[in-house]
Each structure stands twice: as C-alpha cells, then as structure tokens.
Design a protein around this ligand. Structure first.
Ligand code: FE2
Length: 309
C-alpha cells in the first residue's frame, strides 16, 4: 500500500533489533535544564562505537559568555565508558541552544552530520542576518549532509536517517537499532508537538512527518530533543514509546486529522514568544556550531536584527 521504502526499511530494522538481531544500542541521556534539551550518547556496547546527538554549548545571553560545562560532561562520559565517537549528529539547526558539535569533534573526533536541507535553512537565515558571501550556504560547515534513507553504522548497529520536515525544513530523525531520536517533531505525549512557525516551518509537513514516524513499531523507544514538563507533571521525561505517542499524544494521536492539527498548531504558534536564544543560536548553528568569523580585534560578534523575526 505504500511506496515509502525508507520507512519500511526503518520498520524492518526496528523489528529486527526487537527480535535480537542485531543487539539494541545503549542510550545515555543528558538533560540540560536551562534549555530543556536532551543530548544523547548512543553506543554499541560490544564495539564501543558511539554517536552523539544534539549537544549543547552553554551561552549566557546577558553577558555574551559561552561555557563548556554541558559539553565537558559528555566528553567525560565518553572517555570513562571507553567509547570511540564516529558521528556527531544534529536533528536540525536548533533555535533554542547553541551546538557544541565542533568542540566535541575537536576533543573526541567523529564526523559532523545534519540533514541536507540545512542549505535551505542557511539560505533563509543568511538573509535574516544579512550575511555576506563569506557565509557559505552549501552545508560545507558539516562533514556529511544526510538524505532520507541514508544509512550509517554505529559499530554493528545500523542507523537510518529519515527526513521529517515541519518544525524546520531540514529536520532528520535518526532510527538507531530500535531507538528513534525524533528531534523536534513530537514531544512527550502529554505535551504534544513542536512549533512550526519559524521561517521555513510548516505545520502540514510536520503532521505528515509524524504520521510517517508513527508507522514504526509500537515498542520503538522514542527519544525527544526537549521536555518542558507538561502541566501536572513534576519530573522531566524525554523517553517514551511509539505506542504511547500514537495512542496518547495530545496533539497527534491517531484520531487527529491533518486539518485539525494544522488549525490547532497554527493558532497555538501565534501565541508563542520567540525562544530566548533564537538569535544567537541560529547564527551559530547555521554555521555548524561555529561563531561568526572574528572581527579585526579578534572577537566574534553576534547580530541582533531589529524587527525582522
Ligand atoms: Fe528545535
């Protein structure tokens, strides 16, 4: 009934791992409370190969100071566990935190990858920040640009990249063994979905991306990029299952149709403030986690476009 061979390949992979072939990956989560972000180190216990997904570079907006606290915690874990990092992955160009990918790469090695449509994001935000030609909009800040269906390995454990646009045009979900790292698509079932109103965002695409992810088996372990603690909940939680999403996600459970979701999402987005760190985060993340080139005094400066967002 479907000619979507990439999701079918992912379903087959998850089912294989659930049946024990190959083994399931080990997932270690680090929750960064200042930005409500979950960073993951996903590894193969046998070969000790690993990937890092969605790292955080601390940034204090009032002072303009960066710090490496969160990134160093990841590095300590990787070293103590004796892991070799093959991949440093982003689910998308984040608007709410700066990525520590270049620093992690310098300390741990591995290749940096993001979705190929980062070039669209670079085009859109290159304009927002009135960047000159020195800002390359070809994704060359990354080692690898991923397309839907691309396959990587973490040791013996396969990873399939799925393009899941909506929150941004470039979002990728990483299906590693039986674990799905779904970025900003769905959040916990009691919280719902990611916003779709940033430049290049699209609620209809988000709905379609989620319906595609929901074809993954019930027992797929689902790992989120953020948790904002829904009302009535006292703990942060960033892991759930596809069954829970499909049956209980408040915005996207299986009885919600596309138009209903688009109306809800559009109305809700109209009430949301811009994320606190969107201006610094996008300027850094569209450069693969690098600051803009230093000016003649050796300092990098971040811009604040007035009345543009
Ligand atoms: Fe995001």
């Amino acid at each position: 009934m479907s000619d979507d061979t990439n999701i079918e390949k992912a379903i087959e992979q998850v089912n294989g791992v659930l049946a024990g072939n190959p083994r399931a990956p080990h997932v270690k989560a680090f929750f960064h409370e200042p930005t409500f972000t979950a960073t993951y180190v996903v590894s193969d216990d046998q070969t000790k190969r690993a990937a890092i997904i969605d790292s955080v570079w601390d940034f204090d907006q009032p002072s303009g100071r960066t710090s490496l606290e969160a990134a160093d915690e990841i590095i300590d874990y990787v070293r103590e566990a004796g892991l070799t990092v093959d991949w440093i992955l982003e689910t998308h160009a984040h608007a709410d935190h700066l990525s520590a990918a270049p620093y992690l790469q310098e300390k741990l090695g591995g290749e940096m990858a993001i979705g190929r449509d980062i070039v669209t994001v670079q085009g859109v935000f290159g304009k927002v920040f009135n960047e000159g030609t020195e800002f390359e909009r070809d994704g060359s800040q990354f080692d690898r640009l991923l397309e839907d269906g691309d396959e990587l390995m973490i040791g013996d454990i396969p990873l399939i990249a799925l393009h899941v646009p909506g929150h941004t045009p470039a979002d990728i979900a990483y299906i590693v063994g039986d674990a799905a790292f779904i970025g900003d698509t769905m959040f916990m079932p009691d919280y719902g979905s990611a916003r779709a109103d940033f430049p290049g965002g699209n609620a209809r695409n988000l709905y379609r991306s989620v319906r595609r992810l929901m074809r993954l088996p019930d027992k797929t372990r689902v790992f989120l990029c953020h948790d904002y603690k829904a009302p009535n909940r006292t703990e942060f939680v960033w892991e759930t299952t596809m069954l829970a999403q499909r049956t209980a996600n408040v915005h996207l459970h299986e009885d919600v149709d596309e138009d209903e979701f688009v109306d809800m999402r559009t109305q809700r987005d109209a009430t949301l403030e811009m994320p606190r760190l969107i201006l610094p985060a996008i300027q850094v993340n569209m450069r693969g986690g690098h600051l803009p080139p230093p000016e003649d005094d050796g300092t990098s400066y971040l811009k604040m476009p007035v009345n543009k967002l």
